[in-house]
Design a protein around this ligand. Structure first.
Ligand code: AMO
Length: 445
């Protein structure tokens, strides 16, 4: 029966003593207790193989039918794929086994028998379609290829944190329930906050800016919410962004920090065990050359026009336009100095030309990975900018107080973690690099 705890075999100590990857270094004849999931079962008449999976890899458990007690064989015969088991046995070095070792069991305990049939294949032999994978994500995420994606994300996060830590940035956590919009009024999720309306944070923008006046250099890895109606391969309604903000720097410095941070991630991944995993799943780890190409927005518009695309200065750079542009820049590049209209109120106008801003987007081909810029840091200018955007200065009054008391010049960026993961793992859909994606139609699992 599914869910049954089967205790008839005595395992003296129900403790996992080894992981699968430990076995390679143990001597022939070592006694082991393994625990994991039944990845595959193969029955060859007199021999039964159980391929046991745990977080470190797989191990072959070999049952010779005439040589094990009947209860053990009976239990092994009842096993189904994805059941959770404990196996106590003797390690045997084996030329015949693909893995070089096998375990000959003297006790098997079924910790949780899985139902049949499975909602989808974990071994990857039968490919599942995208919706099936997302609907049974708990099972999809057991597939070694998907495990690799998230192990890699863990390494990427560690690398980003250590890069920023080493440069004097301090990790902070800002509120996610806010009284006003950060990135403009559209795309806001409204929530009931007792007897008032509140909004889920679209970004940590205003708080990270305020915190430069306290700590100079801050970063946050946080979850943000945007009520995007559109269903695209790059947008989710809940996403993780890595946000950086520093006092006494401008957008050029911020770009340098971002580029160096991306290069550092590649360096760290090359040295990490996940690198091999990534190669196996077809990821791209060719470290880009330093000094990513930089193109101004105005030049990008000209280039698109030269390619026969129909757009005017001031227009949004849509995906088809970015696809055309990316033929010039094969990989990472910056688009800088965007029109004032295209950027939020906190971005500083360019002193040379007030129609453009001290802003940048980091692109990978046609995908926007990050955006940032120099911020306005004086109260008068920021109020003017809020008004110019048609927003209500009054609703920012709490935020604006800091501008009266020592707000330093500052700049920063926000990097979409999952978009970077798409690039690194060579996945075409952001949903594949998010554990449980939230989009227009998905609120479960
Ligand atoms: P922006 O709105 O460009 O800038 O967001 C920063 C980065 O976050 C990612 N991103 C998303 N990822 C998935 N789904 C979404 N719906 C989504 N929206 C954004 C993108 C994007 O480049 N406060 C500024 C940043 C700054 O200036 O510091 C901001 O939020 O990769």
């Amino acid at each position: 029966m599914a869910g049954e705890d089967d205790r008839t075999d005595q395992l003296d100590e129900l403790r996992k003593t080894q992981s699968n990857s430990d076995l390679a270094s143990l001597p022939d004849g070592a006694e082991v207790v393994l625990m994991g999931w039944v990845h595959e079962i193969r029955d060859l008449g007199g021999l039964k193989f159980i391929i046991l999976r745990d977080r470190t890899g797989i191990t072959q458990v070999t049952i010779k039918k005439g040589e094990v007690p009947p209860e053990l064989l009976d239990r092994a015969m009842r096993l189904t794929r994805e059941s959770v088991v404990a196996v106590k046995g003797t390690l045997r070095r084996s030329e015949k086994s693909k893995l070089g070792v096998e375990v000959l069991p003297h006790a098997v305990r079924i910790l949780n028998l899985a139902k049949t049939p499975l909602p989808m294949e974990v071994s990857g032999k039968v490919p599942a379609d995208f919706d099936t994978r997302m609907a049974s994500r708990f099972m999809d995420l057991r597939r070694p290829t998907e495990v690799a994606v998230f192990r890699l994300q863990h390494e990427v996060l560690k690398a980003i944190r250590s890069y920023l830590d080493e440069r004097g940035f301090m990790e902070v956590i800002t509120p996610k329930i806010l009284a006003s919009a950060t990135e403009g009024g559209a795309q806001l999720f409204k929530v009931q906050y007792f007897d008032r309306d509140a909004y889920l944070a679209q970004s940590p923008q205003l708080y990270k800016e305020v915190l430069t006046s306290c700590f100079e250099r801050v970063y946050e890895v946080g979850v943000y919410f945007r009520a995007e109606e559109s269903n695209t391969p790059y947008h989710l309604n809940e996403f993780v962004s890595v946000d950086v903000e520093a006092a006494f720097i401008d957008y050029r410095d911020a770009m340098r920090i971002l580029e160096d941070c991306v290069l550092y991630v590649y360096d760290r991944l090359e040295k990490s065990p996940s690198y091999e995993l990534l190669k196996k799943i077809g990821g791209k780890l060719q470290k880009p050359e330093a000094h990513f190409p930089v193109v101004t927005y105005s030049k990008a518009v000209e280039m698109a026009q030269e390619r026969g695309l129909n757009l005017n200065w001031g227009d949004d750079l849509t995906t088809p336009i970015l696809r055309a542009l990316s033929e010039e820049f094969n990989g990472y590049y910056f688009i800088v100095e965007w029109p004032l209209e295209a950027k939020p109120f906190y971005i500083k106008p360019h002193p040379r030309n007030p129609k453009i801003t001290e802003s940048f987007d980091l692109m990978y081909k046609h995908i926007e990975l990050a955006s940032g810029g120099t911020r306005i840091h004086t109260r008068r200018e920021v109020e003017k900018s809020i008004e110019a955007k048609g927003l209500n200065v009054e609703s920012f009054k709490d935020h604006l107080r800091v501008f009266d008391y020592g707000m330093p010049p500052h700049a920063g960026w926000g990097l979409g973690l999952s978009r970077l993961m798409m690039v690194l793992t060579n996945r075409q859909n952001i949903r594949e690099v998010v554990l449980f994606p939230r989009d227009r139609t998905r609120l479960t699992p």
